[in-house]
Design a protein around this ligand. Structure first.
Ligand SMILES: Nc1ncnc2c1ncn2[C@@H]1O[C@H](COP(=O)(O)OP(=O)(O)O)[C@@H](O)[C@H]1O
Ligand SMILES: [Mg+2]
Length: 390
């Protein structure tokens, strides 16, 4: 994946000039941006997500004030984020480029458009924020804030990623060299290893939820996005959103298709394998014309081996085939085992690093005690302390 494919996006702060200081008025476009409304914004909403599942039993009634105002470029929310343009969106939220006025930086804001507001959707966005916020990894998008607009519509503020989604890359070039594919997706597998260690299963891996960015040295750094349907161990023991098949059909594991509440990290092993398969071959492992055919294929048909598509070698297919084992007991047991197998395959092909420049041996092959590190005392709160917070 060449760095040219990751095109630069003009900084929103370059296109909107704003002067801001405590007690001053905005000089930039700000239709709703009087100082008074800004102050009001600062006191609106606690910014604390509601308890997961709390809204599930609530009737899907929509406050009438929500219909009053669709977000517009130039709007200032919570008194500090000025919306720029929409840069993404899909199923549920719209993702906006925005300018964090007090800090003077561009951020991304995922906002639930009022016309899509339901209590369940709002709950989902809050859960997404909480799941991603507990994760800190170079290949996981950083959540910066959560809040509610004046209309009580929830939003998540994230670091703004400058890059393209893997889906966009695949739209342009039908398939990527298998070695480059594995090098580029190993950091994603490491990110998921970290997420699983923190008790978070993503459950919606697909090319549209992986962005490719470039770091200051020109290395490709993939970022995992969209924890909208992630499952969080301590707080989700009984959480199953009603009436929705979770995930995107072509990347769903058999157990997701059958019973969404029982999935564990091996569902992400399946999803990551499906993304690897598609990236190197240009087609998903269970590509079919109709939705029900995809579901049937996931449950009962074997995928075409990548070698039969002239992609990679037998050793690589053996690794991928185990990632797509229908019985999860036969699948790679976790991200570490899966990543180690892929790293060994790369090393056997003469590679030493992943796309970020990270050493394959250091990341995947060395047992933990051999690592050099300064003794750092963890300041993280324990799980039991966390429980009191929920
Ligand atoms: N932090 C971000 N920085 C830049 N673009 C983003 C960011 N988050 C999301 N996007 C863009 O918005 C799209 C949709 O985001 P996502 O979180 O997957 O929302 P949805 O729940 O609607 O699928 C992504 O595919 C990406 O193009
Ligand atoms: Mg998405």
């Amino acid at each position: 994946m060449s760095t040219e494919e990751v095109h630069a996006r003009a900084s929103f702060s370059e296109t909107v000039s704003l002067s801001y200081s405590e007690g001053s008025t905005f000089a930039g476009p700000c239709p709703s941006g009087s100082l008074a409304s800004m102050r009001r914004g600062l006191t609106e909403g606690s910014g604390v997500p509601t308890e997961p599942g709390a809204d599930r039993a609530a009737p899907e009634r929509v406050p009438s004030s929500l219909h009053a105002h669709e977000p517009q470029p130039g709007d200032v929310i919570s008194g500090k984020y000025q919306l720029g343009e929409i840069i993404g969106g899909g199923g549920m939220g719209s993702v906006w480029m925005a300018y964090n006025i007090p800090l003077g930086i561009d951020v991304a804001i995922k906002l639930l458009p009022p016309r899509h507001f339901t209590h369940r959707a709002a709950d989902r966005l809050a859960r997404e924020a909480r799941a991603a916020a507990r994760l800190s990894h170079p290949s996981i998008v950083r959540v910066l804030d959560f809040g509610r607009t004046r209309e009580n519509v929830p939003y998540v503020a994230m670091e703004l990623l400058d890059g393209v989604s893997l889906a966009q890359v695949l739209d342009r070039s039908s398939a990527v060299d298998p070695i480059v594919t594995v090098q580029t997706l190993l950091p994603v597998i490491d990110a998921l290893r970290a997420a699983h260690a923190a008790g978070v299963v993503h459950r919606d891996l697909k090319p549209a939820n992986i962005m490719l960015t470039t770091d200051h040295l020109g290395f490709t750094v993939p970022k995992v996005l969209d924890f909208g349907i992630a499952k969080v161990k301590e707080i989700d023991t009984s959480y199953t959103p009603i009436g929705t098949l979770l995930g995107s059909a072509e990347y769903m594991s058999p157990e997701q298709v059958q019973a969404a509440s029982s999935v564990d990290e091996r569902t992400d092993v399946w999803g990551a394998t499906a993304v690897l398969y598609e990236t190197m071959s240009g087609r998903t492992p269970f590509e079919r014309q109709h939705y029900h055919e995809v579901i049937r294929a996931i449950l009962s048909e074997e995928p075409t081996p990548t070698v039969a598509l002239d992609v990679g070698d037998d050793a690589l297919w053996t690794i991928l085939a185990r990632g797509l084992a229908k019985d999860r007991e036969a699948r790679w047991p976790d991200m570490h085992a899966f990543g180690e197998a892929l790293a060994r395959w790369l090393i056997d092909h003469g590679e030493e690093v992943d796309s970020t420049g990270g050493s394959l041996a250091a990341r995947w092959l060395r047992p933990a005690p051999q690592r050099l590190s300064f003794p750092v005392e963890s300041r993280r709160r324990t799980d039991s302390e966390d429980d009191t917070y929920y």
